[in-house]
Write a protein that binds this ligand. Sequence first.
Ligand code: NAD
Length: 260
Amino acid sequence: FLKGKSAIITGSTSGIGLAYAKALAAEGASVMINGFGDADAIEKERAALEATHGVKALYDAADMTKPDQIAAMVARANAELGSVDIVISNAGIQHVAPVEEFPVEKWDAVIAINLSSTFHLMRAAVPLMKAKKWGRIITTASAHSLVASPNKAAYVAAKHGIAGLTKTVALETATFGITVNCISPGYVWTPLVENQIPDTMKARGMTREQVMNDVLLAAQPTKAFVHPEQVAALALFLCRDEASAITGANYSIDGGWTAA
Ligand code: NAD
C-alpha cells in the first residue's frame, strides 16, 4: 500500500530502525536508510532491501549530531527518491550514570542524537510534506517518554522532549494531511540488548534466565521482550490512510510497563 511513496528512517542500520525499513519496503516504499556500522554489512542490508522488495534503497551516512548533514540527507532523498512522504526518526543512544557524575559531553550527545536530530529532520521534511498535502512522521520515543528510571537523566529528558516535540508539530501540520506520532517501546529484543546479557551474567553471577527476567524485564509485566517487527507493524499502521485521524498520539508498546 506504499507503492510510489518514499521514506527516510534514521538509525536503520540495525535493530528497530532496520525493522522499520524492511516493513516499509515490503509494502513497496522506496527507502533511505541511515546509521553507523561496518560499510560492507550496511551495503549488504541496502542491496537486500532492493533485491527482496523490488524498491529503490539508498544509504546516507548523515551523522545525527550534525544539523547540516540531516538537512542534506532530506534534500538528497527528495532528489533521488522523488519525494519525502514518510520520516521515521529512530536513531538513539544511551548513557547510564548518576546525574552528578554524568559526563557533560554524553549529555550533549544524547540530547543531540535522541532529540535535536528529530527537530532538524522535521524542519527539513515538513515543507516537502506540506507541499504534497500528505505526510507521515513517526518518532521512536520510549517508555522513558512517559516514566523515568534512575541514572538515565539525558535519555529520559530527550525522550520526554520527543513526546512534546511530536505533539507540537502534529498541531502545526494537522490541516495538511500530515500526521505526527510517537511510538514508545519498552524493552525491545535488539542486538544491543542481546549483547548485554553475557557481561551481566558474569558481573552479577546470574544465569541467562535470571538476567532476562530479574534485570532486563523487571519493569515489563509480560516478562517478554517486544520484538522489532512488532514495533514496525505499528509504524506501518500509522502510515495507512485509515490512520489519517491519528495525530499527536504517543503509542506505548511496552508489555504493560507504563500501566504499572
Ligand atoms: P540500535 O543500537 O540497534 O540502533 C541505533 C541506530 O542508531 C543504529 O543504526 C546506529 O548506527 C544509529 N546511530 C547512533 N548514533 C548515530 C548518529 N550519531 N547518527 C546516525 N545514526 C546513529 O538500537 P535500537 O534498540 O534499535 O534503538 C532504536 C531506537 O529505539 C532508539 O531511539 C532507542 O532509544 C529506541 N528504543 C529502544 C528500545 C530497546 O529496548 N531496544 C526501547 C525503547 C526505545
